[in-house]
Design a protein around this ligand. Structure first.
Ligand code: MG
Length: 159
């Protein structure tokens, strides 16, 4: 059995707006996240965790921000690509764990939908996908509500 573990980390800054997209779910907020794509910081971290487990670069290499075709792109395109890459190499995703770090918006009320959305995208049972959140106790850029950070871990298995 070949078991691989990967991690991912991402940050996006806030800008003017009225909602954010987190782990594929639209969450009403007093700000938006700035980014070339839809700035889904959680899904980017999960995508990078899968690339990391495959030891195959990162999201910026597979989808260069300099390429205009990814402007405003739905991040599920990136996640699907990472999953397909894993499948093409004979790996299945065993588990994914994603932590969103922010003061606002509150993640708890949306966590189930986020978990469900990402499990569907990765064609996984929902008990293999975790989405959780923490604050940074008002410290640092997340504490000052300048943006949102996300970390993720993915475990891949080849039988
Ligand atoms: Mg990103």
């Amino acid at each position: 059995m070949d078991i691989r573990l990967g991690n991912g980390f991402d940050v996006h800054a806030f800008e003017d707006g009225d909602h954010v997209i987190l782990c594929g779910v639209r969450v009403p907020h007093t700000k938006a996240l700035k980014g070339h794509s839809d700035a889904d910081v959680g899904m980017h971290a999960v995508t990078d965790a899968i690339y990391g487990a495959l030891a195959d670069g990162d999201i910026g290499q597979h989808f260069p921000p300099s390429d205009p075709q990814w402007r405003g792109a739905a991040s599920e395109i990136f996640l699907r690509h990472a999953v397909e890459l894993a499948t093409s190499r004979g790996f299945s995703i065993s588990s994914v764990d994603c932590t969103l770090i922010c003061e606002w918006p509150k993640i708890g009320p949306h966590a189930f939908d986020m978990k469900d959305k990402m499990a569907n995208l990765m064609v996984l049972d929902s008990d293999r996908v975790s989405v959780k959140a923490t604050t940074s106790e008002r410290l640092g850029f997340t504490g000052r509500e300048e943006g949102i950070a996300a970390i993720a871990t993915a475990t891949l298995v080849k039988l």
